[in-house]
Write a new protein. Sequence first.
Lengths: 85, 964
Amino acid sequence: MLLIECPFCGPRAEIEFSYGGPAATRRPDDPAQVSDADWVDWLTVPENRAGPVPERWCHAKGCGAWLTVLRDTRTHDILDVRHGA
Amino acid sequence: MAPERMAQGGRIDRDRVLRFRFDGRGMTGHPGDTLASALLANGVRIVTRSFKYHRPRGIMGAGVEEPAALAALAGAQGQGNVVPTTLPLRDGLEVRSIHGWPSVRCDLGAVAGLVSRLIPAGFYYKTFMWPDWHLFEPAIRKAAGLAPVPDTPPQGRYEVRNAQCDLLIVGAGPAGLMAAVVAARAGARVMLADEGLEAGGSLLARPARIDGAAAMNWVAAAVAELAALPNVTHLQHATAWGWREHGLVMVQERAPDHRGLIERGWRVRARHVICATGAIERMLVFPGNDRPGVMLASAVQAYINRWGVRPGRRAVVFTNNDSGHDVARELRAGGVELAAVIDSRAGASADDLPLLAGQVVQRSLGWRGLRGVEVAPLSGGKTQRIACDLLAVSGGWNPAVHLHSQSRGTLRWDDTIAAFRPDRTAQPSASVGAADGRFGLHQALQSGAGAVAAHLGLAMPDIPQAEDAPYRIEPLWSVPSATGSKAFVDLMNDVTLDDIALANREGYGAVEHAKRYTTAGMALDQGKTGNVNVIGILAGLQDAAPGQIGTTTFRAPYTPVSFGTIAGGRAGPALLPYRHTPLTDWHIAQGAVIYEAGARWRRPGYYSQPGESFQQTIDREARTVRQGVAIYDGAPLGLYAIEGPDALRLIEHACTARYGTLAPGMGRYGLMLTEDGLIFDDGVTFRLAEDRFLLSASTGNADAVGLHLEKILQIDRPDWRVRVVNLTQQWMNATLCGPRARQVLARLTDMDLSTDAFPFMGLRAGQVAGLRSRVARVSFTGELSYEINVRQRDLPTLWDALLQAGAQDGIIPIGSEANHVLRVEKGFLSLGHEVDGTVDPYDLGMGWAMAAKKGDFIGLRSVRLRRASGLARRELVGLLPEDPEVSLPEGAPITPGGRREASEGLVTACVRSVVLDRWVGLGLLLGGHARRGERVQVRLPDRTIAAKVVAPVFHDADGTRMRE
């Protein structure tokens, strides 16, 4: 079980958090202008590397903050946590 | 006294007698005994029949390493697959041997052993693949030597505790105790967890000395010192069975000192972990190495010294290292006749022992029990027979690196000890003593103290005086005669040397493959005494070094863990607590059958009246809504207040409909999509003012909708000024529905309820029954309907007032069954039925909900992309069974022509309509919108049901009734 350092609540156990998926790059402001291929890439092909991967976690059973967590998928080391994107 | 019990010695209380039964035979033991030591003291040699060949097996180990014996407990303490070497003896234990039919001494399944040539490794996979393994599995499981599941649940309860510490020390042998004492004296918060019944580790089983006195004196002093310190938590009979990420170590405490508590699980977050987990002796691989009477040398040593039990009368020791020599001396001191010490090392010597150097045991002799051994020089030559009833074997020692490995620490092969030992750590930790391959007693004390001193930045403290016994080893992975006969590398799973060779020949020579192909190391003991022999054997077959072969992955749990220890109190209703509306108790008092309706809410399913059938109840409730008036508990409906200058932007971004054109006091139905263009939720959003909205969400989805909206605001649009407040549990509604709803409501309020003043989809604030209310004129039933929202605490008052005001109109409460009938008649959506995570708005014929003239919103791009593909979709249709008295099971597949082939759709709902007086259904059907009038077949296991495809609405298609 991960220990996630919430910027507002301090280190808290994973069970207090809801996983919100891999952190995609920012949503295009006008998706209509994006090609089909680029849209599918943005939507369904998140980076999945062995190494630091940005993820969204919500401290749902705590302060409710949505966080971006940089987690190393090889070691579970959490390298960075910040509020928002 | 039991026949094999020595008159004195050992750590048992001879003054007290514990009585237990083994396969119906009465036996006795003493406090301090394990089940294994008590069975041996009573002369029991055969405890188990093996898993595959049904060979007789006895106790071979003395602790968690036990490679052969399992037992079952019957009666009130029922438990399957108990390891006798780790179970403290209790008075009244009712013990059963495993897989003896008719008895463990005479097992008819042993015929499997006679045909064993026909069932080699991989046999089950190869033979039972066609047509389906699952057809054979039950019979194979029944034949396998494992205990049945007990009939009754365990008596008592489990709990889980969370703990934090500076140092978690695992193991209370010499190294762990030394580490704990040094850390505790320095003031660190220390947890010490040890799997044994009492502290001492290896010192419990051998006559070692510390500071010139019996080593156990030092142990007792250390334990007493720790007990007196407030910064120490010391757990015995507590196994650290798993090491997870971020310093989380799982500990199973088996005998908490608390009444009614069976076991306690600890989740320990440790800043630093000291692995003082000791070492485990390896078996030797030779034909018949499983015969009852063959035991690990360290176990023999423990039974003599710790439990005062002679496991045999005349013993042979077979070893490839120095530790076997000490055991031979202690056997003799314990009054066992020592016939010979067989040492595979040509250069071995010991003047005081009957040593046969450079020789090996070729095979064991006997049938059910050991009668002797056949011995020959390792280099080949003349064999001789030696009579004995006990064979103590030692294949050398493996550091118990399991916990270190689970933390992702690496291992390296060390030729000097012929074993894997810890290399690099991955989480803050250190391995000390035998767990680090330092097998001497002085080394243990020194490394335990040194690791803590280094971690805490202390000077190296003084440590007590102790000697390192010499340890030299020449590996012997199997004896040369072992092929072509039953030489076991894994006793519990009946895996032989030949099986490993077969796996290697057939291309499964990689260690992870060999393990899975042969199942070596996959039994309850996880191969603690055999896995490194397998690695050594593979190395020999591949002409490689064991370090090149490597180990399989060490995974939790280290020893078997009960589910109760992991779950703790989170069992039964506490696992996912129910939610109660303010009316749940009222519904129960009225005799309602309570359902769990979305997100664990307890809501009425239906209110049966005396003499009514289930169907009659549902019909009565539904008909009352169509013809009169009824109320429904709508308390759990999700409700969010959305406020701020950018509130409209958020709602139009998250929902499909347009809300900018909506007048305050009015609502509009919309869908919420996921970014991949599928329906996530639906509901009505009301505008309260220019910048204030109320958004309703499905009961089962309310929490997820809140997370979704917050994610948009916090991640994507932190610039938007808008606040989302969950009102679900603050405002709760009673839904008044039916053609007479208006006249009932009029008796309780001054509001103008005329359609001009309060039209369909309107929202009005005011007083109802003297309570602050917001009334929404929306309908999920197709009838005139008012959702009257009040504060949570006011809902019971409102409910009573509505029942009284409606009494003259025959008002009744209805449950979710009737609600389901009414919404299906109208073709309204339900999450989990039509909205199953695969449909988009067009699939459901709701393209109208996709606001054409507004800009982008979540899901639009993906819906357009999907539409552009032109691929056929499953679309919402109505279904009329050809026989109006036959219902379509919800979830049943629709297949082309009713054939047994891939489905072209499914039945999402089917109810008995009160307006049509027949069964009607909804379904998703491939290309369904264009197939109205067609006949389709619903496929059931034994038959098909024909149904006609119609529009998905069966009542008041233009919606006049709810708008009037």
